[in-house]
Design a protein around this ligand. Structure first.
Ligand code: S3P
Length: 451
């Protein structure tokens, strides 16, 4: 998983983007489909799985804990599960690469099995806080020893010694995090009785949808103020499923913004997952004046999906409501690029969580946007950006991607709307979530002259 070669790339002013592009599978749903299939009794089939490094790290870990996972030539994945409670002790450390989702969700699974697993990862992942999952899992009885990180955080490498039977709990999430919620729900699968997660701010609900789909007893009660109580009955038996993974809205986001920014563009992005807990960017771009229409709305794998037609638009700066942040938490880097080309000021607040993603996305975006000539000011919990009103950015800078796929792709798109090229020091991290990003982009550029 840990790749030492770097791949610098330059991106420059683009011809109009034209044509149709199909987005690879959703990363969050792909991880969960492998994990739950590996815990079902019998064979599950998954199509549309994202074959990025992060998801492959999950597949390798589930294999190391006893599941049989194979990819057929037609791209279908077949998974023979071990049953809840049946995970085996992995013989070696689980290499999570760059993937926070793999790490935090798998820690949950290990926590309630009678096994011990060591988790390691790359430099980016090894700096990310794990205390947020250690706290509830320790309350459930797992014994977890982590490395000391900066400012008292607990980080990888770490070792989880699971407890079976684990202790059910009622846990109120102190941060809006689908990963923490999911870690507790997955630990609950092999825990007797009812485990409850209380979620004051809703986050992506793929775990809840898929757990139900696999036959777990899971109920969600919503209070008047929107607080969600998610209760799951433990010692579940999961039934194998056939899953179609919809396209990832977080990957679609890059082409969405590219088409809005590059004059003359008119693109259809096919197969975009539009789960309301993920679709915040589309609302925000529409508020900014983006011309985005949904075509052929349908359901794929229990998730709402549509094709999106996107045309170049003159964007206006707005003040982004912090309440929308959880439903677009991974899309702020590319939104900041859109804001840098909009007319007027865009203000974002309440984004503290961006500081603990694959990189500190507030600081790294501020530095990079400044380097390519955007007017940007960093605050403790967001960015204030004064856009160009549609004029291209100066560009002519090399951006440090900090092992963060979404930073790399965001500045690649910024390059398409810049006078002089924008160079990304290393595009290799893009393979964690969107291996064919550059090929699909080239297709939309190449199709520009075809009628
Ligand atoms: C994810 C949850 C989010 C998101 C990440 C994927 C998931 O993280 O940023 O890319 O699949 O549950 P947090 O739960 O830390 O907000």
């Amino acid at each position: 998983m840990t790749d030492q070669t770097t791949t610098p790339r330059s991106f420059s002013a683009s011809v109009p983007l034209k044509g149709r592009v199909a987005i690879p599978g959703d990363k969050s749903i792909s991880h969960r489909s492998l994990m739950l299939s590996a815990l079902a009794v019998g064979e599950s089939r998954v199509t549309g799985l994202l074959e990025g490094h992060d998801v492959l790290a999950t597949a390798a870990a589930m294999r190391a804990m006893g599941a049989t996972i194979e990819r057929k030539d037609d791209g279908e994945w077949r998974i023979h599960g071990v049953g809840v409670g049946g995970l085996l002790q992995p013989r070696e450390a689980l290499d999570m690469g760059n993937s926070g989702t793999s790490t935090r969700l798998l820690m949950g699974l290990v926590a309630s099995h009678p096994i011990t697993a060591t988790f390691v990862g790359d430099a980016s992942l090894s700096g990310r806080p794990m205390g947020r999952v250690i706290d509830p899992l320790a309350q459930m009885g797992a014994d977890i020893s982590a490395s000391p990180g900066a400012k008292g955080t607990k980080t990888l490498p770490l070792m989880v010694r699971g407890l079976a039977p684990a202790i059910p709990l009622s846990y109120r999430l102190p941060v809006a995090s689908a990963q923490v919620k999911s870690a507790v729900l997955l630990a609950a699968l092999n825990t007797p009785g009812i485990t409850e997660v209380i979620e004051p701010v809703p986050t992506r609900d793929h775990s809840e949808r898929m757990l139900r789909g696999f036959g777990a007893e899971l109920a969600v009660e919503i209070e008047a103020d929107g607080t969600r109580h998610i209760r799951i009955m433990g010692e579940a038996e999961l039934n194998p499923q056939t899953i179609v993974v919809p396209g990832d809205p977080s990957s679609a986001a890059f082409f969405l913004v590219a088409a809005l920014l590059v004059p003359g563009s008119d693109v259809v992005i096919a197969n975009v997952g539009l789960n309301p807990t993920r679709a915040g960017l589309i609302d925000v771009l529409r508020q900014m004046g983006g011309d985005i229409t949904e075509v052929d709305a349908r359901e794929v794998g229990g998730e709402p999906v549509a094709d999106l037609r996107v045309r170049h638009s003159a964007l206006k700066g707005i003040s982004v409501d912090p309440a929308i942040a959880p439903s677009m938490i991974d899309e702020f880097p590319i939104l900041f690029v859109a804001a840098a080309l909009a007319e007027g000021r865009t203000t974002t607040t309440g984004l503290d969580e961006l500081r603990v993603k694959e990189s500190d996305r507030i600081a790294v975006m501020a530095t990079g946007l400044d380097a390519i000539g955007a007017r940007v000011e960093e605050s403790a919990d967001g960015l204030i950006i004064d856009g160009t009103g549609g004029d291209p950015l100066p560009g002519r800078a090399t951006i440090a991607g900090h092992l963060d796929h979404r930073i790399c792709m965001s500045f690649a798109i910024a390059g398409l709307a810049s006078r002089a090229p924008v160079t990304i020091d290393d595009m290799a991290p893009v393979a964690t979530s969107f291996p064919n990003f550059e090929a699909l982009l080239a297709g939309l550029q190449g199709a520009a002259d075809t009628p």
